[in-house]
Write a protein that binds this ligand. Structure first.
Ligand code: NDP
Length: 409
């Protein structure tokens, strides 16, 4: 069907490339372009020989002119941005200049402020409309599949959704004392930031990891879940009409939190630049350099992830509760594509989003979140491409008030 330019060559990009190659009828030709070309070449070497033609290139995705040259040279139908959130705007600028569709998995975050918000990318809406091209934002798992799950619940199960709890559980263990499952810098910035949830039309702010609850997850069991701010809360609070509350919960083990506390207390998670031996460095970037590369966790990680949405609302005049989730096995992912489940659950939806933009099913000039589109082809593709989902009615619920079910962590 066409050509995709994949920017980035890290954990998530590796899965995107594997999945595009599996889906060679759609992705006839791909280019992997990243800062370190040797990583792109290594991926090409591993996957060359199938029907998809693979090219590689070096690119600095902070540099719009370089990106424009690259896009003009390859002429892709879509750019899949799986570099870092810092590059979202430069890549969107290049897509505008070349009239190329855009897909990413994480919203823009300025390097010097740990504050991710859609406002910068939503501000491109009119320009994308005028250029006649689609930007699909946040097509990973969360954000991404969680928004598609919500749109599916809205379309097929509810007249009005009132409450959503998104629960992201990683029951996997890599056996290392401390490591993050995706880019450590992005991951730690997210977790050490203040928590936030949306209630009755307003944001309620919490201390970082201030509230926890215990939830019994299918195929994983009981886990401590901590309330975090997560980027899909912003778009879902805006897009789901009648919503009264939305919260996001993530599981963390005690060992992980103890390490994180110590690192925070000694200043290692700070993004404030300090002078070190005549050079300005951000402590968190130094920390990233000494932590295990998430891409190396694949062979070590055992266990499963479970990510899903617990939804409450009204159907045919009656109250209804509903749960939709995916369970993903780290070892199975490793056997299939050489990555653990966190990269897998992000890379598969990125490929699916790009496919739907390319085949026209999710093409609409402007800047959109996943829940703005018909969820059906995405839900079907999840089953086909490795992330089958399950749905149940009357699931266990998380108390709407913190005072009873939630406790101060
Ligand atoms: P990695 O750090 O493993 O990979 C990032 C890649 O981007 C690296 O190959 C890196 O190059 C490249 N890169 C960074 N800066 C530039 C630049 N200026 N120019 C060109 N290439 C650059 O990260 P992950 O694969 O773990 O994560 C990728 C994205 O996925 C992130 O945005 C992350 O937030 C998002 N994500 C989304 C999730 C979701 O569910 N929605 C879940 C997990 C991740 P180099 O190799 O040289 O360092």
């Amino acid at each position: 069907m066409g050509k995709a330019l994949i920017i980035g060559a890290g954990g998530v990009a590796s899965v995107v490339v594997h999945k595009c190659v599996q889906n060679s009828e759609v992705f006839e030709e791909i280019m992997i372009a990243s800062r370190t070309k040797s990583k792109c070449d290594a991926l090409k070497e591993k996957l060359d020989g199938g029907k998809t033609i693979i090219h590689t290139a070096q690119v600095d995705a902070d540099n719009t002119e370089e990106l424009i040259d690259l896009i003009n040279g390859f002429n892709p139908d879509v750019v899949i941005n799986v570099a870092l959130p810092y590059q979202d705007l430069t890549i969107m600028d290049a897509c505008l200049a070349t009239k190329t569709h855009y897909v990413d998995t994480a919203n823009y975050e300025p390097l010097d402020t740990a504050k991710f918000e859609y406002k910068w990318q939503w501000a491109y809406k009119e320009r994308f409309e005028e250029a006649g091209i689609t930007a699909l934002l946040g097509s990973g798992f969360d954000p991404g599949v969680t928004g598609v799950f919500t749109a599916h619940a809205q379309k097929h199960h509810f007249d009005e959704i009132h409450y959503i709890d998104i629960v992201d559980a990683n029951g996997g263990d890599h056996g290392l004392p401390f490591a993050t499952n995706f880019n450590p810098e992005i991951n730690i910035r997210e977790i050490t930031a203040n928590g936030r949830f949306w209630k009755d039309g307003e944001w309620v702010e919490t201390e970082p990891l201030e509230y926890k609850t215990v939830y019994n997850l299918p195929e994983i069991g009981e886990k401590d879940c901590y309330l975090l701010y997560h980027e899909e809360l912003e778009s879902l609070a805006k897009n789901i009409k009648g919503l009264k509350q939305i919260r996001f919960w993530m599981t963390f083990g005690e060992k992980y939190l103890t390490h994180l506390n110590v690192l925070e207390n000694v200043g290692m998670t700070s993004i404030e630049p300090i002078e070190f031996q005549g050079q300005m460095i951000q402590p968190i970037q130094f920390l990233k350099a000494v932590l295990p590369d998430p891409a190396t966790l694949g062979p070590l990680t055992k266990g499963k992830t479970n990510i899903g949405c617990i939804v409450r609302g009204m159907k045919d005049g009656k109250e209804k509760t509903y749960y939709v989730y995916n369970v993903c096995d780290h070892q199975e992912c490793y056997r299939e594509v050489g990555s653990q489940a966190i990269s897998y659950t992000t890379g598969v939806p990125a490929m699916i989003g790009a496919m739907l933009v390319m085949n026209g099913e999710w093409q609409k000039p402007g800047v959109w979140n996943v829940e703005d589109f018909n969820p059906d082809p995405f839900m079907d593709a999840l089953n086909k491409w490795g992330l089958p989902w399950h749905e149940t009615e009357n699931p266990e619920l998380i108390d709407l008030e913190f005072t009873s079910a939630g406790e101060k962590a």
